[in-house]
Design a protein around this ligand. Structure first.
Ligand code: SF4
Length: 251
């Protein structure tokens, strides 16, 4: 342990997740996630929504992290698993399957058999926000969860893929606190951006971290062709190689 201020101490990711799912620190987001779970979308009327904070998904010793924005109201907020049950997740997991980071190309619900290889999918905000837009205060409120999660992964964490500018903005202060040196000015977000962060003088982490920018998998980007499957697969492939995640492509 170093003198650097550390996030709340958890010895395991399951212990972290057990506390996370009970968090009610953001009144606006708590009200929204629960209202969405009561009102529901017509197609899911017979389902019980999760309507709580959504924890990260993937192995507890992942060398690669994929960081999004926040759970979708009728996707992860319904199913309780990151990027599960909506078109954004379909796009992400199909690409992860194509490059060998997932066991199957679809994500429907917890218990559907999906397994991630060497990769954990998480987000800087863990509750569904109205219009997919958390406030800066909500982002700052939530980022200690991400800090703790990355802290637990950091002995082996080699790369992070950040989906979109919001995640990029949220992640760098977390990485700064976690023990990596952040260049000034801070690197700007862009699709295909690749930044290598060295450990800072605190000694908290010992290995460099590769950070990759990628457009978010929202329908705004995927339906318009701004982000294609090939573009996402290329970033995932590069990041897996940088992290040393052995992957067996599906095709
Ligand atoms: S967004 Fe994060 S900090 Fe806010 S209530 Fe949800 S889990 Fe807690």
């Amino acid at each position: 342990m170093t003198p650097r201020e550390r996030p709340a101490e958890y010895s395991t990711i399951p212990a972290l997740d057990a506390d996370l799912v009970d968090c009610r620190a953001c009144p606006r987001l708590v009200a929204w996630r629960e209202e969405v779970g009561r009102v529901k979308r017509a197609a899911f009327r017979d389902q019980t929504y999760w309507a709580r904070p959504v924890p990260g998904f993937g192995p507890h010793d992942a060398r690669l992290a994929v960081v999004g924005l926040a759970p979708a109201a009728h996707g992860a907020n319904r199913t309780g698993r990151m990027f599960t049950g909506d078109r954004s997740g379909d796009f992400l997991y199909a690409a992860m399957y194509a490059v060998g980071l997932a066991s199957q190309p679809t994500a429907v619900e917890i218990g559907d058999g999906l397994e991630l290889f060497g990769t954990r999918v998480t987000s800087p905000v863990h509750c569904a926000p109205p219009d997919n837009k958390p406030t800066p205060a909500e982002r700052d409120n939530c980022n200690h969860w991400l800090a703790s999660e990355l802290d637990l992964l950091s002995p082996g964490l080699g790369a992070v893929v950040v989906l979109g500018g919001f995640g990029w903005q949220a992640l760098f202060p977390v990485l700064d606190r976690a023990g990596w040196h952040i260049p000034r000015p801070r690197p700007k977000f862009g699709h295909g951006t690749h930044v290598v962060l060295d450990p800072d003088d605190s000694g908290t982490v010992s290995e460099p971290l590769h950070v990759f920018g990628c457009y978010h998998v929202s329908q705004q980007n995927t339906f318009t062709g701004r982000l294609t499957s090939e573009m996402l697969e290329q970033v995932l492939r590069d990041a897996a190689a940088a992290a040393g995640v052995p992957a067996t492509p599906a095709r």
